[in-house]
Design a protein around this ligand. Structure first.
Ligand code: UDX
Length: 441
C-alpha cells in the first residue's frame, strides 16, 4: 500500500520506517527542510536504538522516502497518517491541536481516490470528528474516511514496541477504513498481535486512559515507597508481592523520582482538561499529577537529608539526566527540578549522561558536564543516580570511592543492593528501602 506519514517526530519516523519494513511504500513528510535533508542523508534527528539501520535499509530498498512536499505523496496514497506534535497548549494544559488541524486542511486539498486519513498523534476525544469536518469543508468532493490509530510505543524501545505491540487499537466509523487498516497491519496480525476495532472516540480515549493508568500505577508505587521508607519495609519486595497478582501485574511498579517524558505529563494534563470540559472530572489523575510534581522537587531534599539538610558548599554529582535510559530526551525529566532545587540548597552540580548532555545544556544552567561516571564522581560529596542507564548498573565502587570527597550514594532508581554498597564503605540512600529494614530469609 502507499502510505504518507505527516510528521517525522518520534511516532511518525518510527511508524513510517516500520511500515516500510512491512513492505509498504512510505513517504514521510515534514515542513522542516533541514530535518528532511538530514533524513535523506541518513541522519536520524532523534536518539533511538536501531532506527538508523531501519531507515537506511528501507530507504535503500526504495520503500521509504522523505520530502517536504505533501501534495504529491498524498495524491497517490491509500492511507495518510497524521503524526504531528500535540504539545500542551501554553497556559491551560489542553492539547494544542493546531498542527493536527493544519495538516488535515493541507491533506484535504491533495486527496485523490478513496483515502483513509488516520490520526496517530495522541489527540483528545472528538478530534477525529473535527479532522473529518475540516477535510470535508476544504474538499467537499473528497472520498475520505477518517480513523484513529493511537500509538503506544515507548522511547528507547520504539521499534520493538511497534513491531511487537500488546495490541493495535483502531477507531473507525466505516468498513472501507477497517479494511485498509487491516491490510496495513497485516504483518502484525499474522504475528498474532491483537487488533481491536472500536468507534473513533473510543480509540481516542483508550490512548489517554492507558497513559493515565500507567502514570497512576507509577505514582501509586512511589507513594507506597515513601511509606515503606518510614516503616522499614522494602518497596521492591512490595511491588513484586502485589505485582504477582495477575490482576495487578508487575510492570510499571518501579519506584523512582517521578515520571517524566514527552507523553505522561502532557497526556495526563490533557485528559484532565477534557474531563473537566465534559463535567466528568478524573480526580485520581488530578492527584497523580500533583503528587508527581511534588515528588520531583522532593528528591533534592532526599539528597540534602544525607547532609543534615544543607548542601551549602557541597558538590553533587548526577549520573543520568534524561527522563529514562536509551533516549536523549530531557522533556519533563525529573533531573530538571532536581538540579534547580540542589542549586537552591547551595550545591554545585556536576553531571554525566550518555546521550542527553547536549539537550540538557538547553534546560539547565551552571552545571559542569563530565566525560564519564568516574570523572563526574571526582571530588563529589554525593553521587546521585538519576536515570538507570545500563552503564551505571555495574560501577566500580572502590574506584568511585577513591574519586569522591565523601562516600555517599543516593540511588533514585534502586539500581544497587544496599548491602553491597554499604559493604564498600558508602553511605547509601535509595527509594522505598530504609537502610535498617530486615530482609526475608
Ligand atoms: C510512554 C508510554 O509507556 C507509551 O505507551 C506511550 O506511547 C508514550 O508514553 P515513554 O514516555 O517513552 O512511553 O516512557 P515510559 O517507559 O513509559 O516511561 C515514562 C516515565 O515513567 C519515565 O520517566 C520512567 O522513568 C517512569 N517510570 C516508568 C517509572 O518511574 N517507573 C516505572 O515502573 C515505569
Amino acid at each position: 500500500m502507499h502510505i504518507t506519514m505527516v510528521g517525522t517526530g518520534y511516532v511518525g519516523l518510527v511508524s513510517g520506517a516500520c511500515f516500510a519494513d512491512f513492505g509498504h511504500q512510505v513517504t514521510c513528510v515534514d515542513k522542516n527542510v533541514d530535518k528532511i535533508a538530514a533524513l535523506r542523508r541518513g541522519e536520524i534527528p532523534i536518539y533511538e536504538p536501531d532506527l538508523d539501520r531501519l531507515v537506511e535499509s528501507n530507504a535503500r530498498a526504495g520503500r521509504l522516502a522523505f520530502t517536504t512536499d505533501l501534495a504529491e505523496p498524498v495524491a497517490k496514497s491509500d492511507a495518510v497518517f497524521i503524526a504531528v506534535g500535540t504539545p500542551s497548549r501554553r497556559g491551560d494544559g489542553h492539547a494544542d491541536l493546531s498542527y493536527v488541524y493544519a495538516a488535515a486542511r493541507e491533506i484535504a486539498t491533495s486527496l485523490q481516490g478513496f483515502t483513509v486519513v488516520i490520526t496517530k498523534s495522541t489527540v483528545p476525544v472528538g478530534t477525529g470528528d473535527e479532522v473529518e469536518r475540516l477535510i470535508r469543508e476544504a474538499n467537499p468532493s473528497a472520498d475520505v474516511a477518517v480513523a484513529s490509530n493511537p500509538e503506544f510505543l515507548r522511547e528507547g524501545a520504539a521499534i520493538r514496541d511497534f513491531k511487537h505491540p500488546d495490541r493495535i487499537v483502531v477507531g473507525v466509523n466505516e468498513p472501507r477504513a477497517k479494511k485498509a487498516l487491516t491490510e496495513i497491519y497485516r504483518p502484525l496480525y499474522l504475528n498474532q498481535a491483537p487488533i481491536m476495532f472500536t468507534g473513533r472516540r473510543t480509540a481516542e480515549l483508550i490512548k489517554y486512559a492507558a497513559n493515565a493508568f500507567l502514570a497512576t500505577k507509577i505514582t501509586f508505587i512511589n507513594e507506597i515507597a515513601d511509606l515503606a521508607e518510614k516503616v522499614g519495609a522494602d518497596v521492591q519486595e512490595i511491588a513484586r508481592g502485589i505485582g504477582l497478582d495477575n490482576r495487578i501485574g508487575t510492570k510499571f511498579l518501579h519506584a523512582g523520582p517521578g515520571f517524566g517524558g514527552s507523553c505522561f505529563p502532557k497526556d495526563t494534563r490533557a485528559l484532565i482538561k477534557t474531563a473537566q470540559d465534559f463535567e466528568a472530572p478524573v480526580r485520581v489523575v488530578e492527584a497523580v499529577i500533583a503528587v508527581n510534581e511534588t515528588r520531583k522537587r522532593a528528591m533534592a531534599r532526599k539528597v540534602a537529608a544525607a547532609f543534615g539538610g544543607s548542601l551549602r558548599g557541597k558538590t553533587i554529582a548526577l549520573l543520568g539526566l534524561t527522563f529514562k535510559p536509551n533516549t536523549d530526551d530531557m522533556r519533563e525529566a525529573p533531573a530538571i527540578p532536581l538540579v534547580t532545587a540542589l542549586q537552591d540548597l547551595g550545591a554545585s552540580v556536576k553531571a554525566y549522561d550518555p546521550a542527553g548532555m547536549e539537550q540538557a545544556r538547553g534546560e539547565l544552567s551552571d552545571v559542569t558536564y563530565c566525560d564519564g561516571p568516574y570523572a563526574c564522581a571526582e571530588g563529589a560529596d554525593a553521587l546521585v543516580i538519576v536515570t538507570e542507564w545500563e552503564q551505571f548498573r555495574a560501577l566500580d565502587l572502590p574506584r568511585l570511592k577513591r574519586e569522591m570527597a565523601c562516600p555517599v550514594i543516593v540511588d533514585l532508581r534502586n539500581v544497587y543492593r544496599s548491602e553491597e554498597v554499604i559493604a564498600e564503605g558508602f553511605r547509601y540512600e535509595s527509594i522505598g528501602r530504609s537502610s535498617q529494614n530486615g530482609h526475608g530469609i
